[in-house]
Design a protein around this ligand. Sequence first.
Ligand code: FAD
Length: 446
Amino acid sequence: MSADHDDEVAVVGAGLSGCLLAAFLARRGYPVTLYERRPDPRTGRVDRGRSINLALSERGLDALRRIGLDARVMAEALPMRGRMIHPVDGEPQFQAYSAAGDRAINSISRGALNNALLTEAAALPGVQVAFDHRLVDLDPGTGEMIFETPQGKVTATAPVVLGADGAGSAVRGQLLGHGLLRESLDFLDYGYKELTIPPMGGSFALDPEALHIWPRGTSMMIALPNPDRSFTCTLFWPTHGTASFASLGSPAAIERHFAQHYPDLLPLAPNLVDEYLHNPVGVLGTVRCDSWQVNGTVGLLGDAAHAIVPFYGQGANCAFEDVVELDRCLDECADDWSAALPRYQHRRQGNAEAIAQMALANFVEMRDRVASPLFQLSRRVEHTLERALPGRYVSRYELVSFSTTPYAEVRRRVRYQHQVLGAVVGGAAALLAGAVGAALRRRRRG
Ligand code: FAD
């Protein structure tokens, strides 16, 4: 599979997908330069309120396994076997993710994951990393790039340029500016803010084997555990309006709000007011574009091609799948980029759209439905079916988080399962109604 190539590949963005991509390409024998607008993250510190811990699941792990990085990454991850639902009143309730209760998604800090990938990529022969290089211009015809650096503008050229530069991608912006693609950006009227639950007496303040959810209908908070025994909470709330981030201005109002809606959180989060007042509100949205590649020489992947809302915990997992698929396409096309990039786009675009839609739908489930007794009953029925029909009935959550079944296939399969289930339940109901009717008629006759 690996061959030596003379043609350099420029990867713009040394985030999660850029570093993984550089590692995959270097293993194929490509000289790769990773250009990153920020300084080396391994020497810097994380911006306040932007730590983000991710749920890493099977798709991401599958990619890491392929380069032998899974064990190193998992050493810093904490398994979460289910959701812990925190009602306003009463005890939290645990809902296992899988039928047997044994499968887990993994909480990991985005920074730690990024650093592990960067260290792996930078150590491979042929990989160079240029930090403090912000792409500001790209000629898609020649591959000439202009970067802003602390020393001034720098020009570089590469026959293949890959944009892994995140949701606000400059590479995508350049292609847009040259009229080579169309994009749509759908922002939610919700934003997010990070808060912290520190360790209590040296231990986790909540069960560390669960992803904690406070579903509140129009708002929601989640908390994921960290190896230092703290939890990073993320509050999702409208950015504007009477009940929104903008509506709480004073420490007293913040405390009142949390005492009313998140009463069990208040005693666990001593820095809540300070964090609420000073941590930024992040934006959430879906990015779509019709072309992920141009002329087989410029390509997009990860959030640059298809940023999604975080409610299925799949953005990074999906970005890692892009890298695996591009590598597969290069294999199949004997490293002919002009064939591999269109093939990669063809295979991934429908899948990215499917997870974008499932992620939006999961927001409603997480902030609202998880708390309802009907939802909890339906999850129990689903798990019973999974146990009764192993491999034949598999829940959407299981297929998304614990398999590498393509996302578009997950949607088709779940739709089909629901149709069959609907028909079976409908048929059973009709049979039951018929039997009851017949019994009533017999009774009347008798
Ligand atoms: P990024 O990680 O954004 O990396 C882009 C890189 O490009 C950065 O290093 C940036 O500095 C660099 N860059 C940008 N512009 C330029 C430029 N002009 N020149 C050079 N470099 C540039 N995903 C999951 O899988 N599971 C989760 O549980 C999850 N939770 C999330 C929670 C929140 C609150 C958010 C916001 C996201 C979450 N995600 C999750 C999504 C995940 O963080 C992203 O999908 C993932 O980081 C995308 O990786 P990427 O490499 O495409 O982009």
